[in-house]
Design a protein around this ligand. Structure first.
Ligand code: SAM
Ligand code: SF4
Length: 499
């Protein structure tokens, strides 16, 4: 007779078999140069050391270069990483805000994280979902549960999601495909999800092609740490132990035609200066091979997680002051890219870093599996990957942004009419995307105010819209009539009108 133990052994065996086939060695080697990847640890350490005591004029020249929306070279970024003079830091912070304005104007994009499964074969030292964490309650949503979660998110006013999965055969590319379909199919009245981005384990080119056909938005894979030795230490086992399979995930995405890719480093694993250089080298490697840099860069800081002692032990925790420097240096180093701050950070920090060039943020976030439709206790760590720092609702966030003069954009038009990848990069670099986006931002903001906002947000938001309309009349006389017509049609109940 079969025992429970036999069943478990059988399951473990089939997981092992699955794991053995995930990595495709030739989808790593084809990208190497002379057998080497693009992160040369010693060279990066040397460049950081060489940048010590940067010359004032040199810093001013670097700031001017960034303001002309040119990506920096590693030696230039290394100089910024070493800067101590407070007055020059003030100039850098101001320049970061100015670059954001030139490329993205006063828009901020919002989204919600949507965790579908926390089964995982990996053992990342910092993550509550790691395989060996027996205190974590494991769950994978069924497609019906995914539809219910989507309904809850759409009813809050969300149009964009980042859908997140652990790495496991039960949440493989086929499950990701089925969950994306379920998300896109779900409608509630006027509302629907118009863009589902994915944060999931590295996949093969074939799998990414399949997901691209279903409508995968941006594909995010964070390298966590670019430092080879640290990487091996914090990823002791599982598929994620392979540094290069992960490092080239975004290259494979480009080769699969999913050309909006999001990179990131998890700050707190190794020296933050090294990680900023790693992100820059990663952006350069993508630019060099595909002519397209990252669509977004994320810079999460380590947060506490259930039964995860590593977080209290790391000596590389990033202070709030250094965190602000990281954001400003990334803004200057890769001026065309979107920068994402998440609800890992407190409301106070999120408010403080918004003027440093952040372009996207999440809102009303819950990161437990099934936690948008279930009874939910936000501080229940064993159900989630880590503990959030800011759980304000979408409407509260939008109100705060509007008070600060930022318009919340739910626009996804660019993606749906082919302004992705290289096309969007060129538009961003020459400042044209700013105008498409302004029009669509106002239209989608108007939809939100009519359908979801509370009275106070509606009032503050409408005042902001009036200012935007005046600017559009002045700057875009050719489209002002069509724009006014679209606004009127939205007021009468039509939705999803865009340029
Ligand atoms: N399993 C997929 C993977 O590892 O690529 C999905 C990623 S995970 C669910 C999303 C991201 O959360 C990770 O890439 C990591 O950067 C971040 N993360 C993990 N543990 C964290 C923690 N304790 N605090 C903050 N961020 C964390
Ligand atoms: Fe799994 Fe991703 Fe968490 Fe690592 S970070 S344990 S791969 S869910």
């Amino acid at each position: 007779m079969k025992t429970q133990n036999d069943d478990k052994q059988q399951r473990d065996l089939s997981v092992k078999k699955w794991m053995a086939n995930v990595i495709k060695p030739d989808e790593i080697t084809r990208y190497l140069k002379d057998g080497k990847d693009f992160i040369d640890d010693e060279k990066i350490e040397r460049q950081i050391a060489d940048g010590a005591k940067p010359d004032r004029q040199k810093i001013k020249d670097i700031i001017a270069k960034s303001l002309s929306i040119e990506r920096l070279e590693p030696q230039e970024t290394a100089a910024l990483l070493n800067l101590k003079d407070n007055d020059l830091w003030d100039e850098i912070f101001a320049a970061a805000g100015e670059i954001k304005k030139r490329v993205y104007d006063n828009r901020i994009v919002t989204f919600a994280p949507f965790y579908c499964s926390n089964y995982c074969v990996n053992n990342c030292a910092y993550c509550g979902f790691r395989k060996e964490n027996s205190t974590e309650t494991r769950r994978r949503l069924t497609l019906d549960e995914i539809r219910n979660e989507t309904k809850a998110l759409v009813s809050m006013g969300h149009k964009r999601l980042i859908v997140v999965y652990g790495e496991h055969p039960s949440s493989d590319a086929d499950y990701i495909a089925a969950s994306l379909k379920a998300i896109y199919e779900t409608k509630v009245g006027n509302g629907e999800i118009r863009r589902a981005n994915v944060n999931a384990a590295p996949m093969s080119i074939e799998q990414l092609k399949m997901l691209g056909e279903i409508g995968l938005g941006t594909y995010q894979v964070f390298q966590e740490t670019y430092h080879h030795e640290t990487y091996s230490r914090v990823h002791p086992s599982g598929i994620k132990a392979d540094y290069r399979w992960r490092l080239y995930a975004l290259h494979r995405s480009q080769d699969a035609g999913v050309d909006d890719v999001g990179m990131g480093a998890l700050f707190g694993l190794y020296d933050w200066r090294f990680e900023v250089m790693g992100l820059l080298y990663h952006a350069m490697a993508l630019e060099e091979r595909f002519g397209i840099g990252p669509h977004t860069i994320s810079f999460p800081r380590l947060e506490p997680a259930s039964d995860t002692p590593f977080i209290g032990q790391t000596k590389y925790k990033v202070s709030d002051d250094d965190f602000k420097k990281i954001i400003a240096i990334l803004r200057l180093s890769v001026p065309y890219t979107g920068l994402i701050i998440t609800a890992r950070e407190s409301a106070k920090i999120r408010k403080e870093v918004l003027p440093l060039g952040v372009t996207q943020t999440d809102a009303s976030s819950r990161i437990g599996i099934g936690s948008y439709s279930d009874d939910y206790n936000e501080q229940q760590p064993a159900r989630q990957q880590f503990v959030l720092g800011d759980t304000r609702t979408l409407d509260e966030m939008i109100k705060e942004f509007a008070k600060m003069g930022h318009i919340t954009s739910f626009c996804t038009a660019g993606y749906r009419c082919g302004r992705t990848g290289k096309c969007i990069m060129d538009l961003l670099k020459n400042g044209k995307e700013r105008w498409f986006c302004k029009l669509n931002a106002v239209l989608t903001f108007k939809e939100y105010l009519l359908d979801f906002a509370d009275e106070e947000t509606r009032k503050i938001g409408q005042e902001l819209i009036e200012k935007e309309i005046a600017e559009i009349k002045e700057e875009l006389p050719d489209v002002k009539d069509k724009f006014a017509e679209y606004l009127e049609r939205i007021e009468k109940g039509e939705r999803d009108l865009y340029f």
